[in-house]
Write a protein that binds this ligand. Structure first.
Ligand code: APR
Length: 230
């Protein structure tokens, strides 16, 4: 069985990392255009670095939860292929042990040189003027995909969705494309689809099955059921 699992901020919520669009979410206290666009970074790089420095610190203080661990178990035990495609820039899937993870929106633990495209492990605190360890220039930034930029791994993800027997989306509001359209790509190719989320999302009507509840409860239960039936 080939399974593709899309994850969003909701899977890390119970690890203490904030979601974006829930009440009190990141976008209710920060202006997306200021901190998550190339234009915002060009205007005020210090502010953008501070935003991601805080999120990096929060990530380092957080621990993976039962939902992250369940996905690792699925990858280890299921006969077939399990790929996690995450919109999250945290590293909680990796710290739970998952190995097959594609970060379509980049990773807060990595830095990128906009000049020579080198990537390296980001220091806990990045700041304007940081030099690229490769070319020495200062066009350095967190390796995250901002609004208006093209997400990573799209060709590979498209191929995986086309071949998936099962597509699952966990903890995402379905408001950001292209990830919001993955369910339709997977079902157009004949894959079964399931949504696991705290509450109905924008894309709930497109799924064959929906389970509602906190990720730490519904994801381990779903994984147990899958392994029992495989
Ligand atoms: N368990 C399961 N789902 C949860 C939980 C939980 N404990 N807590 C919240 N959720 C659900 C919410 O109901 C919501 O549908 O997770 C979803 C989070 O939605 P968003 O905050 O919009 O996060 P996400 O879908 O990951 O956002 C996509 O937008 O700005 C960005 O780049 C950022 O990658 C992010 C993208």
């Amino acid at each position: 069985m080939r399974i593709v699992i899309l994850t969003g901020a909701g899977i890390s919520a119970e690890s203490g990392l904030g979601t974006f669009r829930d009440k009190g979410g990141v976008w209710s206290s920060h202006d997306l255009a200021e901190v998550a666009t190339p234009e915002g970074f060009a205007r005020d790089p210090g502010k953008v670095h501070e935003f991601y420095n805080t999120r990096r610190r929060n990530m380092l203080a957080a621990e993976p939860n039962a939902a992250h661990f369940a996905l690792c178990l699925l990858e280890e035990k299921l006969k077939g292929e399990v790929v996690v495609v995450t919109q999250n820039i945290d590293d909680l899937h990796e710290r739970a042990g998952s190995r097959n993870v594609l970060h379509m929106h980049g990773e807060i633990s990595r830095a990128l040189c906009d000049w020579c495209a080198l990537k390296w492990d980001a220091p806990v605190r990045m700041q304007p003027g940081d030099r690229c360890p490769g070319c020495g220039r200062t066009e350095t930034r967190p390796d995250v995909v901002w609004f208006g930029e093209v997400p990573y791994h799209l060709e590979r993800i498209d191929g995986l969705l086309g071949a998936a027997d099962l597509f699952a989306a966990i903890g995402t509001s379905g408001q950001v494309h292209p990830a919001a359209g993955f369910v339709q790509v997977a079902s157009a190719s004949g894959g079964r689809t399931i949504e696991l989320n705290l509450e109905p999302s924008e894309i709930t009507p497109f799924f064959g099955e929906v389970r509602l509840g906190p990720a730490t409860e519904i994801v381990p239960a779903w994984v147990e059921g899958l392994m029992g039936s495989a």
